[in-house]
Design a protein around this ligand. Structure first.
Ligand code: GLC
Length: 729
């Protein structure tokens, strides 16, 4: 389809140009860089500045960012946040740019497609529990296809901000507390979105966010200051971005936070020295919403004009909605505070992406019916599988799960809830497509068990009038499935919580139902790590389901019934209580090993990063190393045999860590370096291998980002084993 269009287009092009010499930027047979240079040579400063701005179109549904809907689309605008899911709407807007502007430069349509478009799959934090990047890539391919067919060329995703403080609601949007996990899942998502070619009807440009260090928001309070040393930048926050830039991510979004005195949106070091000069990124940086103007709040700029100057000269090419660039860049160029060269190179970065997307040859989206665009059987299957693999079995005393018994009490505010299961940032998801826990269980256990439902209480508040019914339903049952939850927008942007325990009323419900003496399976839904100190002792089993998307109820019922053997493992550490934050697996060792303990609480978490149970059991053989010592140019092979010693098939993710106990710059107690997930049938033994490459796996960055590789003692850790080896000069 596209090649025929291209052929006809070139014919038309030569026939229409006056002196029979094709206009280079309109000639698809020309190299993109030539087309970019030609187009820039024809643009006025005003037209160039329009390309450096982004506004919105459609009904803005993001409560965090209030904006007036643009009444009349200016045909010269560079980009729009397109809130519509209708390709015809996009085409109507795009038509203005193509036909009413002097040069006919197409508009780049972006949107927050974070974990699915109409086929909504689990929040990213849940996806990471799958340890299945291939599956995450497939889900991202579905999201890209549904987006592009709906008129969106560019998604503001993946979010790859390492997060260790679950009071910060945006922990839900990334892949947890580990840099390597965020890198691997970020790359899988970028590859899923972008495919091998952006010039087609099924891929979209990716946007890495929020660059950089946003997860350190002080006290878990969104938009706040982040104290991030250069060492921590390189150790923790930059690695996912470096990996995704190497994987070809098209764009980056600058973050809201102030990085130790220099806000991310005016930080020349991160935006230009690292991103462009060191990593060679050829795409462009989009500011976050109003982030340029917010430099005034942060005390970095005295007014909007200076904000525009600082952000643009630091390396933010496109300004999202606050018009600082629109209002002041021309003046700044006149005053010599912004160079024409930087204007041209910035516009070139944006135009290059538009050419790569094929927007000049195909500015319009084929208008296909929603039935053909969304929720295809294969797409729903992928969403269901990813929901299944995002579920983590935290506790299963006396193997109370899978569910037995004929009478099941389904209790709690999440029992029949649908909206919350979609999670934040799922604007194009529709409630009618969400399978609730109740519906999933009824369907799964039809004819096998009776399910009686009692809500018990709301998500929060103090109304305990539902407790009595809940207790009587529990008394009449063989087992209680008690569903606790966070509301949809208690996490996500500005979803800050001073405590990560479930609301008191929900904990009270658990205590009251526990008085009946019936076995309790706690189903836990949330957009963040939860502190379970008050409820864990009352539960015989606990299952973390996060916010699993439209196939939630089906996947959860599959796990509870035993049709699905849970395989999820935590990508975040679960503290007992909020007061333990920060608590993450890759901390530095304390100066004293058995001190530094709280007065009345252990310093250990309830569940460590990597925790997750199965309905079967896996036995790890002794780790074998190919040598006891290697030089810096040799590789070391680590192997472990894992046996399924249970009686059901299961998937086991083996996480490999490296510990470097003594180094010039102290290292975390251990660091995840590789992982692999395999299916093992009962009685089968499967080999997992980790090939250790010294420069890749044993080196670390200094505060300038230079890799340091020091000989000495190392350990490889897997399962509960820790094996020493030596790196020699
Ligand atoms: C928001 C978010 C960012 C999002 C952007 C556009 O404030 O911080 O993640 O992509 O604005 O909606």
């Amino acid at each position: 389809m596209r090649s025929l269009q291209l052929f006809l287009f070139v014919i038309a092009l030569f026939s229409c140009s006056s002196n029979n010499e094709a206009i280079t930027y309109k000639d698809p047979t020309q190299p993109i860089d030539k087309r970019v240079d030609d187009l820039i040579s024809r643009m006025t400063l005003e037209e160039k500045i329009y390309q450096l701005n982004q506004w919105t179109v459609g009904i803005n549904t993001n409560a965090n960012n209030i904006s007036d809907q643009m009444k009349k689309v200016d045909p010269k605008i560079g980009s729009l946040i397109n809130f519509s899911d209708d390709p015809a709407f996009r085409n109507e807007v795009q038509k203005k740019a193509i036909e009413e502007s002097r040069l006919g430069i197409p508009i780049l349509m972006g949107f927050d497609v974070i974990h699915g478009f109409r086929t909504v799959y689990p929040i990213a934090l849940g996806q990471a529990c799958s340890w299945n990047p291939e599956l995450v890539k497939k889900a991202s391919q579905v999201a890209a296809k549904e987006s592009r067919m709906s008129g969106v060329d560019w998604t503001f995703s993946p979010m790859i901000d390492v997060a260790r403080d679950a009071r910060w609601g945006r922990i839900s949007e990334g892949y947890g507390e580990d840099p390597y996990a965020n890198a691997v899942f970020g790359v899988a998502t970028v590859e899923g979105y972008q495919g091998s070619d952006l010039n087609n009807d099924y891929t979209v440009a990716a946007c890495l966010k929020h660059y950089v260090g946003y997860g350190e928001s002080e006290g878990g309070r969104d938009y706040h200051y982040t104290e991030v040393s250069d060492q921590t930048l390189w150790d923790t926050y930059l690695p996912p971005y470096e990996a995704c830039i190497k994987a070809g991510a098209a764009t980056v979004m600058s973050a809201f936070n102030d990085i130790s005195g220099v806000p991310a949106t005016s930080n020349y070091y991160t935006l230009t020295e690292i991103l462009k000069e060191k990593w060679g990124h050829e795409g462009f940086v989009l500011s976050d919403w109003n982030a340029v103007q917010q430099l005034i709040n942060q005390g970095a700029a005295k007014d909007r004009k200076q904000a525009a100057e600082l952000a643009f000269n630091a390396g933010v090419e496109m300004c999202m909605v606050d018009n600082c660039y629109f209002d002041y860049l021309a003046e700044l160029v006149d005053e010599g505070k912004v160079s024409m060269d930087l204007i041209d190179s910035s516009v070139a970065r944006i135009l290059r992406l538009k050419f790569q997307l094929g927007l000049f040859e195909k500015p319009y989206t084929d208008v296909i019916s929603p039935e053909k665009r969304y929720l295809q059987p294969e797409s729903k299957k992928i969403a269901e599988q990813l929901a299944e693999e995002s579920i983590v079995l935290l506790k299963n005393q006396e193997k109370i799960l899978p569910l037995k018994g004929k009478n099941i009490a389904l209790i709690g505010p999440m029992a029949e809830e649908q909206e919350t299961l979609l999670g934040a940032w799922s604007y194009h998801g529709k409630l009618e497509h969400v399978v609730s826990i109740a519906d999933g269980l009824k369907d799964e256990l039809a004819g096998k068990a009776t399910i009686t439902i009692a809500k018990g209480c709301d998500f929060d508040g103090d109304d305990i009038s539902g407790f009595a019914k809940a207790k009587s339903v529990a008394r009449a049952a063989d087992v209680v499935v008690l569903c606790l939850g966070e509301k949809r927008y208690w996490s996500g942007e500005d979803g800050n919580r001073h405590e990560i325990e479930y609301p008191a009323i929900q904990e009270e419900l658990v205590k009251e139902v526990a008085k009946t003496g019936k076995p309790i399976v706690l189903l836990l839904s949330s957009g963040r790590t939860m502190a379970l100190k008050n409820v864990e002792p009352l539960a015989d089993a606990m299952v973390m389901v996060w916010q699993p998307g439209i196939m939630a109820g089906k996947a959860i019922a599959g796990v509870l019934s035993g049709r699905v053997n849970p395989s999820g493992k935590l990508p975040v550490t679960f503290p007992y209580a909020t007061g333990q934050i920060p608590l993450y697996y890759n901390m530095r060792q304390a100066a004293r090993l058995d001190q530094g303990v709280y007065e009345h609480l252990t310093k250990k978490p309830l569940y460590w990063f990597g925790h997750g149970l199965s309905y079967t059991s896996f036995k790890y053989g002794d780790v074998k190393l190919s040598a006891e010592k290697i030089t810096k140019t040799e590789k070391l092979l680590a192997e472990v045999i894992v046996e399924n010693t249970g009686d059901v098939e299961g998937q086991e993710s083996v996480l490999w860590f490296i510990s470097d106990p003594y180094a010039t710059i102290t290292r975390p107690m251990k660091e995840l370096k590789f992982f692999e997930k395999k299916t093992i049938v009962p009685g089968e033994k499967v080999k997992y291998t980790f090939e250790i490459d010294p420069m890749e796996d044993l080196s670390y960055p200094n505060r300038k980002g230079e890799r340091i590789l020091e000989s000495g003692e190392f350990f490889v850790l897997v399962g509960n084993q820790k094996v020493k080896f030596e790196l020699i000069d």
